[in-house]
Design a protein around this ligand. Structure first.
Ligand SMILES: *[C@@H]1O[C@H](CO)[C@@H](O)[C@H](O)[C@H]1NC(C)=O
Ligand SMILES: *[C@@H]1O[C@H](CO)[C@@H](O)[C@H](O)[C@H]1NC(C)=O
Ligand SMILES: *[C@@H]1O[C@H](CO)[C@@H](O)[C@H](O)[C@H]1NC(C)=O
Ligand SMILES: *[C@@H]1O[C@H](CO)[C@@H](O)[C@H](O)[C@H]1NC(C)=O
Ligand SMILES: *[C@@H]1O[C@H](CO)[C@@H](O)[C@H](O)[C@H]1NC(C)=O
Length: 360
């Protein structure tokens, strides 16, 4: 009995399946895109002047989950927008705020992208990754970023952002990495930047115009990577290194930092340290020879003095890691006993001593 029914059943089933795939060409393999999201994306497309070629696949008769540059994950809602190296020209369209399931925004190397970070992004409470890099986006970093509590990673490097860094960023509970490097940000680093919750945090804020002291609160945080180079930061960073276990990369070069290097306790986890082009004084501590993992090191263009300790990797870094100081000497620089050194030593010593007491 069963054996005679089964073939008819499967024929009927196959017919139904064919019929439904005819109605919805993609139902069989992909989820059908939410109509509101589709409408929003089509408006988003219209707001760029040159999108007809870049967004050729954004055709209203097809399933928008199958379009290029978007992704629906396992749902029928748009969860990701990605443009890497596609030169869309215009502003970030306000419609972006009407894609409520968006988790990833990625505009990378889109030089035609102009204007501010769209205020409507404030609506995207599910956002986890905000990447707007290598664009001509300008204006301030909006305060609302601090209320997107699901954010895990922000990369806003290489744009034209100006103004102060909102302190609310420091309170984002899931943030694990922040890149704001290569903009024109001003003001001081917010006190809240010592409150980042995640372990293995990385912070890149180089090549801006940040000024003032590095906040005391940040001295407690064990940053894995911290790059604050090429700013106008001042003060003493000795406590930043104290009792740290994870610190691997520290780049503070090209600032106005003034502290006694002989007081620094270097974490044994250090791989890369750049303190060049500051006003660092004192001697190189012997402890530097114990940093066996140190691969990159630079203390050039400071006010350091005395003999470079011998051992560890210190002699491997080459002259340019040490040159342009007051009176550093010994391998890989010239011997501390050379005639030229002795002649200039007196003058250097005076300069070094004065550099400690130079008024701010
Ligand atoms: C990107 O597009 C803008 C505006 O159309 C144009 O001025 C710019 O030269 C383009 N950049 C590249 C790298 O193609
Ligand atoms: C955007 O920035 C690039 C350099 O980063 C520049 O070549 C380009 O002309 C700028 N303007 C536009 C409208 O793309
Ligand atoms: C924010 O989302 C709501 C609901 O989806 C929508 O009505 C509103 O237009 C959005 N606001 C902006 C600025 O996009
Ligand atoms: C952030 O953007 C910069 C510039 O495009 C890029 O070099 C860097 O790899 C990005 N960082 C991450 C972690 O994606
Ligand atoms: C150290 O930094 C100085 C100044 O930026 C640079 O000229 C030099 O090449 C660097 N040397 C090394 C070994 O990184």
């Amino acid at each position: 009995m069963e054996t005679t029914v089964q073939p008819y059943m499967s024929i009927l089933f196959l017919t139904l399946l064919n019929f439904s795939t005819f109605l919805h060409p993609s139902l069989s393999d992909d989820p059908f895109c939410n109509p509101e999201d589709k409408k929003t994306l089509l408006r988003f497309k219209k707001s760029f002047t040159n999108s007809q070629y870049i967004l050729l696949s954004w055709d209203p008769i097809t399933d928008c989950c199958n379009w290029n540059h978007v992704d629906c994950g396992d749902t029928n809602r748009i969860t990701s927008l990605r443009f890497v190296g596609y030169n869309l020209s215009g502003q970030i369209p306000p419609q972006i705020g009407n894609l409520p399931f968006l988790e990833t925004i990625n505009f990378d190397n889109v030089p035609g992208l102009l204007g501010p970070i769209a205020p409507s992004i404030a609506n995207l409470t599910k956002l986890r990754y905000l990447i707007i890099t290598r664009t001509n986006v300008s204006g301030p970093i909006p305060e609302f970023i601090g209320s997107l509590k699901k954010i895990e990673f922000i990369n806003l490097s290489y744009n034209r952002l100006t103004g102060q860094i909102p302190k609310s960023i420091g309170y984002l509970p899931k943030l694990g990495g922040l890149r704001l490097d290569y903009n024109t940000l001003t003001g001081s680093i917010p006190e809240s930047f010592g409150d980042f919750k995640k372990e293995d945090f990385y912070l890149y804020m180089s090549h801006n115009k940040l000024s003032g002291k590095i906040p005391l609160s940040m001295e407690k945080k064990d940053f894995t990577y911290i790059d604050l180079s090429e700013n106008r930061l001042e003060g003493d960073v000795v406590p930043l290194f104290r009792s740290k276990k994870k610190m691997e990369l520290v780049d503070l070069s090209g600032n106005l930092l003034r502290f006694d290097l002989s007081k620094v306790e270097f974490p044994s986890s250090l791989v890369s340290l750049d303190l060049s082009e500051n006003k660092v004084f004192g001697i190189l501590p012997e402890q530097l020879t114990e940093l066996t993992g140190l691969k990159s090191f630079n203390v050039s263009y400071n006010k350091l003095c005395g003999k470079i300790p011998v051992g560890g990797n210190l002699q491997k870094f080459g002259e340019s890691a040490y040159f342009h100081n007051c009176c550093l000497c010994g391998s890989p620089l010239e011997s501390c006993l050379s005639l030229a050194k002795i002649l200039t030593f007196g003058l250097c010593l005076i300069e070094c001593i004065l550099s400690r007491y130079e008024p701010f």
